[in-house]
Every structure is written in C-alpha cells, then in structure tokens.
Ligand binder design. Structure first.
Ligand code: SF4
Length: 250
C-alpha cells in the first residue's frame, strides 16, 4: 500500500484501521490474523518477544501461514532461556521466516558503550535496543501483529483489535483474551511454556529489567519493577518529527 504523502498515508491507515476494527472486534484471533493477511499480504509482519505468552499467538499465526515474517528483538540483554525458547518454538511450530533484530553497532558504541545504560536511563536503553531496531525493520511493512492484551492493564486496558499508529496498521488479535483463554489454548495445543514461567516470571523481557512476581500479582508487575516505566516504547507514540538516532544525547 504505497502512499505519496505522509498526511494521506496517516488518514488512509486510520480509515482502514477503523473499518477493520469494526469488523473484527468480536472475531476469533485466528480470524483476525487471516483478515490481516488478506488485507496486507507480504506487507504484514508479526512482532514477538518469544516470552511467557508468545506461543499462543505464534501457534495461531502458524496455522494461518507459517511463512509470515516474525520479527524478534534480540536486545543483547535477553535471558539465555529466551534465546533457547526462540529456537525450539520456531522449529516446533514450523515458522519459516523468523528474523532476529539487533541494535546496530554505531548506536551501541555511542549511546551504550559499556552496556550499562539500563542502570541510568531505561528509556534511552530501550530506544537503542528495541525501538530503533524495530522501526528500521518495520520500514519494509505496512502492518504488524502484536501480542498485547487488555488484561495486562495500564494503557492496554482499552486496546482495540485494530488500530493505526506510527504510519502503520496494528492488529492485536488477542486483545480480549485473558489468562483463562490463553492457558486453555496452550493446553489444547500442547504448547511448551517459556522455561522461566515455572520460576515465577509471568512476563519476560531483558534480564536486567525483569523480576519474578508473587502469585496473583499483575502479569507485568515484574517488568521495570520499582520504577514508573511500564512500556518499552515500541507501542508508544514517537515524538512528532522524531528523527532516527544518529548518535549523541538521547
Ligand atoms: S528492557 Fe531494560 S535492558 Fe532491555 S532494552 Fe529496555 S532498559 Fe535496556
């Protein structure tokens, strides 16, 4: 879906998202993924962390099309168990196009040469290790699928099934599913759990910023625990006119 002018593109994406959200609001997640593929074909990607709940969305997508491009942010700070899980789940589900996105050397050399930015500025660290690599990869796509769910709370409580953001259409097929539906689907399809779930991690990101939580606590309570931060930034609006990071202060 090439657009000549940015304003026209934004407006067109909003219109498409509104129309599809109306059609798909009550649809089964698999139907949402099929509709996304029908609408965008090879210009659609799925973004996965291969974290605690990722197997369900990846399994659903693999039923629709195992060749769908899956973008995986390998921040360089992930648990070894996540990297193992990414390899195992990819093979198990038959996913044919999983792409590892890594921060580029120039950004790390300038912003985080000692790999300790997470200790002083988590937003800047997430920008270099997550937001910029994903934005670069998404340049080649018009739409993407996310694994976000309303039950995660915070800004996700009002999550639509289809939305427009940052010049793309975003599909959230699991928006309305809760833990009960996720667990039932995983059991029905015998999906392997991330190895850290059994150790008390209901949501899993980078090792410096992920903690186990007490049973019954919010699923994302262990992410950036003790700080106000709740999102890494890939799902939050970029500053108007924000330029790609080229080094210097961020
Ligand atoms: S989650 Fe933590 S370590 Fe990972 S990119 Fe963000 S601040 Fe850095």
């Amino acid at each position: 879906m090439p657009f000549d002018r940015p304003e026209a593109a934004d407006s067109a994406e909003r219109d498409i998202a509104l129309r599809l959200d109306g059609q798909l609001r009550k649809a089964h997640p698999k139907e949402v993924i099929s509709a996304a593929l029908d609408a965008f074909g090879p210009r659609l990607a799925l973004v996965s962390s291969f974290g605690a709940e990722s197997a369900v969305l990846l399994h659903l997508a693999a039923q629709v099309d195992p060749g769908i491009p899956v973008l995986f942010l390998d921040t360089g700070m992930l648990f070894g168990q996540t990297l193992d899980y990414r390899r195992m789940l990819t093979a198990r589900l038959g996913l044919r196009d999983v792409r590892d996105l890594r921060p580029i050397f120039e950004d790390l050399a300038t912003a985080d040469p000692d790999a300790n930015l997470w200790q002083t500025d988590t937003d800047a660290c997430c920008r270099v290790r997550k937001v910029l690599p994903l934005d670069r990869a998404l340049d080649g796509f018009d739409a993407w699928i996310t694994g976000r769910k309303r039950f995660h709370g915070g800004s996700r409580l009002t999550l639509p099934v289809v939305e427009a953001a940052e010049g793309k259409v975003k599909f959230n097929p699991l928006a309305s599913w809760g833990k009960t539906e996720l667990d039932a689907y995983a059991t029905e399809h015998d999906l392997p759990a991330h190895p850290l779930v059994a150790a008390g991690f209901p949501s899993i990101g980078c090792w410096p910023c992920t903690s186990p939580v007490e049973e019954g606590a919010d699923a994302r309570a262990g992410r950036w625990a003790g700080s106000q931060k709740t999102e890494c930034g890939i799902h939050t609006a970029r500053a108007p006119g924000a330029a790609p990071f080229l080094g210097g202060d961020i």
